[in-house]
Write a new protein. Sequence first.
Length: 319
Amino acid sequence: MSERDITEVLADAPSNWGKWGDDDETGALNYLTEAEVLRGVQAVEHGRTFTLGLPIGRREGDPVWPGRSAADHYMELDKGHFESGKFEMPAAGGLEYADDVIYMFLQGTTQFDALGHVWYDDQLYNGFDAGTTKGGMGRCSIEPMADHGVVGRGVLLDVARHRGRERLDRGERITLDDLEACADEQGVDLRPRDIPLIRTGWIELFYEEGEEAFYGDEFDEPGITYSDDLVEWFHEMEIPAFGTDTIANEQTVSDETETLLPLHGALLRDQGVAFNEINRLDELADDCAEDGKYDFLYVGSPLKIVGGTGSPVNPIAIK
Ligand code: UVW
């Protein structure tokens, strides 16, 4: 990785700070007005639903960003506790029940990043002090996003299929031209305030070939790469949110800037764009390829985790 600093890379990048007031912590989701929800509803034709969330807590592990651990799920109470006499119901009657607990990273599955999840120059989205993250996000937690909800017109951009491949390679880049060519080939219009879902096929490598193949010698996901025109496009198109089937929603180390995750800085921190990461898009993609319809109502509902840096989610695409 080069010595280039993200502050230098993003010196002239567009910003939405102040656009919705100095206290705003909702960011580009403010673009999702009632009119945008209705535009999403108009994309529904059949009522077919596709859930985009990953399974959580499989014995074989879950795909996570390096340094995070997979979910740990255990039974606090099950039939065994009743059989062994370790647990007695507070009152008679014969009813028994099961309870369980999960320990997991909030970013350890299909999820939304809170706007304060990443920062540079000690400032979060809208200029809030990064010190407010200490001991729980005092600013830009997942709560304002969860209060708003993420509902609008979603558009699948199946870049893997567009390139005639099952999945992109490690570190393979996607540019703005690629996104536009993909939409053209699919015959779908990308409109202002849409929620693009970009399919690389990458996450399926974890399930098909296992951890070693997925992480490789160096963790380097394929994805959209930083460029001034891509960042301008998100700004001009007023993109409220976008999703992918990778862990970090962008090429891990940008070919263009040679820095780690510069789009987290340019889009999430500077523009307040909501990142919906680690989706499973294959079933939706197969259906879109079959009927040629690539738009749908997208519904993402992060949880209201107090001070949370993000939230697990099971987004739904409705065609
Ligand atoms: C980081 O930003 C490190 O992770 P995520 O992929 O959760 O955004």
